[in-house]
Design a protein around this ligand. Structure first.
Ligand SMILES: Cc1ncc(COP(=O)(O)O)c(C=O)c1O
Length: 434
């Protein structure tokens, strides 16, 4: 294998992957090893990972790695043969959902899961229209890019997607009282349905991430989602919950983020943390939807539902339960939020602190009254944090919200290091004159 310095590797990467393939940080990280919540670079320096949710139960968790090794050395085959693993895995997985969501189909990525969910919904409703937020990202296939209102060109061209304003209690809607926000946002969903109908397009589904994670981990006005789904269902559409980021116990109180709401989805999509880094994703849905769809459109996915993937999926569920990680998301989540609130009282720049279990957002603003986004400050801050050895990133419409989403075995010692480093980084930001 050709060895390069970090600088040379970046140049080679540009040559072979193009100038625009995204890479984190002004000084990109050249990583060689991961363990638990830690990542190690080429020079042997370790970084606290407060960003990655894919290594859900920790980077290179020994139980997951051993399970993968063992099954990979015994048998790996596609799902058109009988094998215990895939059936047992899906039985265990679906058991964590509402009784109405009792069937599953596996894919290899979250994009494929959303693609399949859209096909299933359009097939069941004989309709095309899909309603999403106006800053959505749900993946990279063509129909999923169409619903990527955040930054996908396909979303601008399509006629079969309509968007409503992100349901954001912090920023709200101009001229709308706080207690009326839920109704006001839901009214936008009603408008989307009406506009579809005026254009002769029927509604197939509303598709949202229940954490509104890419939108900025929003505090959703209470009652909004229930009302929005009721509007869509009345028009004949389904509710698809994209749990690709939000799922697998990250919110602490629930295994699935949608379970915090008073409405059950018709279809749920899963991904990222599902295989702890192994490409494992899928769809959980009502059995009538799965049966009617697969009766007419034979669904097969070569690499999905193999004995290896299924064994890995089960190993992730084992660790989640054995190491009490969902409970950990509640207790450490509370601890981190308290610390973040202390930082908010110290630094004017922190306009809002939000959290859902082991997932946190700090919205940076230039002025707490006008809430003007502190875009440059957010960008600089994540780079200062990286220099100090803690990895975070940004999200939201203007990329001015700090996104903190560590692997689930994050403990109090890690939390203290995160909070101290944030404190020192905000201080440095001020010293630098931002
Ligand atoms: C909410 C959400 N859905 C779907 C996806 C797509 O998943 P994948 O990259 O595995 O295709 C992502 C990826 O960032 C996501 O954040």
């Amino acid at each position: 294998m050709k060895k390069s310095t970090t600088h040379e590797l970046l140049a080679r990467r540009f040559q072979v992957m193009g100038q625009h393939s995204p890479v984190f940080y002004e000084q990109p990280l050249h990583l060689v090893r991961g363990e638990g919540v830690w990542l190690y670079d080429k020079q042997g320096r370790r970084y606290l990972d407060v960003y990655n949710n894919v290594p859900h139960v920790g980077h290179c968790h020994p139980h997951v790695v051993e399970t993968l090794n063992k099954q990979a050395s015994q048998l790996n085959i596609h799902s058109r043969y009988l094998n215990d693993n895939v059936v047992e895995y899906l039985e265990r997985l679906t058991a964590s959902f509402d009784d109405s969501l009792s069937m599953a189909m596996l894919t290899c990525t979250g994009s494929e899961a959303n693609e399949l969910a859209l096909r299933m919904a359009r097939h069941a409703t004989n309709a095309q229209g899909v309603i999403v937020t106006d800053f959505a990202y749900h993946g990279n296939t063509e129909s999923v890019a169409e619903i990527g209102t955040g930054f996908m060109p396909e979303a601008k061209r399509t006629k079969r997607v309509k968007a409503f304003a992100i349901p954001d209690s912090y920023r709200g809607l101009a001229g709308v009282k706080h207690e009326e926000l839920a109704q006001a946002y839901a009214a936008q969903v009603r408008t989307a349905v009406d506009e579809f109908e005026d254009a002769g397009i029927k509604v197939a589904a509303i598709l949202v991430c229940p954490d509104f994670a890419n939108e900025g981990l929003l505090n959703v006005p209470a009652g909004f989602l229930e009302e929005a789904v009721a509007v869509v269902r009345k028009a004949g559409g389904l509710f698809i919950a994209d749990e690709v980021q939000a799922g697998f116990g990250r919110t602490g109180k629930h295994m699935w983020a949608h379970q915090a709401y008073g409405v059950t989805p018709d279809i749920v999509t899963l991904g990222k943390p599902m295989g702890n880094g192994h490409p494992l994703a899928g769809v959980v849905a009502r059995p009538d939807l799965v049966e009617n769809f697969s009766k007419q459109a034979m669904y097969f996915n070569t690499f999905a539902g193999t004995p290896v993937s299924s064994a890995v999926g089960m190993a992730v569920l084992d660790v989640l339960a054995n190491e009490n990680l969902q409970q950990n998301a509640i207790s450490i989540g509370d601890y981190v939020i308290k610390g973040l609130k202390r930082l908010q009282s110290k630094f004017e720049l922190i306009g809002d602190v939000r959290g859902l279990g082991m997932f946190f957002a700090l919205e940076l603003v230039l002025d707490r009254k006008t809430k003007l986004p502190a875009i440059h400050q957010a960008k600089r801050l994540i780079n200062i944090m990286r220099e100090k050895g803690v990895l975070i990133s940004t999200i939201g419409v203007t990329d001015s919200i700090l996104k903190l989403r560590p692997p689930m075995p994050f403990n109090e010692t890690h939390a203290n290091l995160l909070l101290e480093t944030l404190d020192a980084s905000f201080e440095q930001l001020i010293e630098e004159g931002h």
